[in-house]
Design a protein around this ligand. Structure first.
Ligand SMILES: CSC[C@H]1O[C@H](OP(=O)(O)O)[C@H](O)[C@@H]1O
Length: 368
């Protein structure tokens, strides 16, 4: 995607290190950060310098190239892999990417670990970008169909959090159909949920859409239901951090409430994901998907930029009041109109999902 006219991916190899865009600094400044060690990569994922399911998977894959260089034995490699996997528990792309690296290295032989890990990381990144581009093409057809029913009028899409190109290697999942529609000349406008507590919508999605010239409006998180009641939302598209084989969707906290409001108002609710976000071992997402809890300070404090240009952090919660910070929730499959993956569109039934994704076979869960 373009940043001030220059094409960027969100993670790449730079000589002996892994280079990322430091998302903790956006939109105030666009800074690149070099990660030299596996520990650097773990900190970048935990502190959300990189975030979003696809991107933390790809960054961990590059982290495994660093791990292959640091490890002298298979046990050390396994231990470094574990140090990456434990950084964030909900997005399954992280463990998927690390385990894919371990499998590839085991197959190639430990002595070939560095070259194998490098090739596998580049492959994972390329596949992530290609999957998101394909998601854009499939999702475009949904937007095109809505546009054809209201000729000459703007199609209003609501999205939550940031499932844009910053959350992947390129293109994004939820935003890919929007970018494709915009490029195809379909008039689109995006309602951007601010997405408390970390404000990924206000800070990242709005910045992204502005960079690409897509009309958008940032709204407080509780606004979506009102807009839907008044015919101001044609469809909702969100990303996902983990989707079960029966279509339950873990995504940023607040997604479930948007899905409830969408169903009550007859608004289509789509979830866009690459197939690396499926957890084929799970059916029941509410019971089975681990929900990350992060520090209370993300709720009690807000970061912003003062008129003077200095970035400042302010406390917004009364001192002495405890705060809880659940980072994700699970939207049951019954509330999701359909999934948009790189393989196409499908309804949220286990039969339809598994028919479209042959990799589901062989991972049948014995329980739940
Ligand atoms: C599809 S990845 C985007 C996804 O990631 C976000 O979480 P976080 O910013 O905490 O990594 C959120 O769930 C988005 O939908």
């Amino acid at each position: 995607m373009l940043v001030s006219g220059t094409p960027y991916r969100t993670v790449w190899l730079q000589e002996e290190s892994v280079r990322i865009i430091d998302q903790r600094r956006l939109p105030w400044s666009f800074d690149l950060l070099d990660l030299h060690t596996v520990a650097d990569v773990a900190v970048a994922i935990r502190d959300m310098a990189v975030r979003g399911a696809g991107l933390i998977g790809a960054t961990a894959a590059y982290g495994m190239w660093l791990a292959a260089r640091e490890a002298a034995t298979p046990d050390q490699l396994r231990s470094l892999a574990d140090s990456l996997i434990i950084t964030r528990p909900t997005a399954v792309n992280l463990s998927w990417a690390v385990n894919r690296q371990l499998t590839a290295i085991q197959a190639a032989g430990f002595e070939n670990r560095v070259a194998t890990a490098r090739l596998t990381a580049e492959t994972i990144a390329d596949e992530d970008a290609a999957a998101c581009a394909a998601i854009g093409g499939h999702g475009l057809e949904i937007i095109r169909a809505i546009a054809s029913r209201k000729p000459g009028q703007v199609v209003h899409v609501l999205t939550h959090c940031n499932a844009g190109w910053l959350a992947f290697v390129d293109h994004g999942s939820a935003t890919a159909p929007i970018y494709a529609a915009h490029a195809a000349g379909i008039p689109v406008h995006v309602w951007v949920d601010e997405t408390r507590p970390r404000n990924q919508g206000a800070r990242l999605t709005a910045w992204e859409l502005a960079q690409q010239g897509v009309p958008h409006t940032v709204i407080a998180d509780n606004t979506g239901g009102h807009l839907m009641q008044h015919g101001q939302v044609d469809l909702v598209i969100t990303g996902a951090d983990r989707v079960t084989r029966s279509g339950d969707v873990a995504n940023k906290i607040g997604t479930y409430l948007k899905a409830l409001a969408a169903q009550d108002n007859g608004v289509p609710f789509y979830v866009a994901l690459p197939s690396s976000t499926f957890d084929w071992t799970l059916r029941d997402g509410v019971q089975g998907i681990p929900i990350e809890q992060r520090g209370a300070e993300e709720v009690t404090h807000l970061e912003g930029i003062a008129e003077s240009g200095s970035v400042e952090t302010l406390r917004i919660v009364s001192p002495g009041s405890p705060a809880a910070n659940y980072a994700f929730d699970v939207t049951p499959a019954r509330l999701v109109t359909g999934l948009i993956t790189e393989r196409g569109l499908c309804p949220t039934t286990e039969t339809a999902i598994c028919a479209l994704h042959p990799q589901a076979s062989g991972s049948i869960p014995s329980l739940s």
